[in-house]
Design a protein around this ligand. Sequence first.
Ligand SMILES: [Ca+2]
Length: 109
Amino acid sequence: MSLTSILSADAIDCALKDCQAPDSFSPKKFFQLCGMTKKSPQDVKNIFNILDNDASGFIEEDELKFFLQRFSGGARVLTDKETKAFLAAADDDSDGKIGAEEFQAMVLS
Ligand SMILES: [Ca+2]
């Protein structure tokens, strides 16, 4: 499964264009622009599984840094500040990584 089988390529493009400048990335806005917030919990879980590159069941900080590149290989990496803010916004149990349920809650709340 690929991200474009769940999300439209145009929407992904639009979401990536919106955060091209360093430190302009907002997870909530990105999820909205790429259409993720309108997906079912199962679709969001499928997206999580694609983003969980090493299939550990969690998105760790070093995977989060490359979040945008999972949507498009030519996208930029997130800055340290963006990565930490993203993690802090999603990591409800403060274990330093994002689980599937935390990801779903962040996208769909
Ligand atoms: Ca966590």
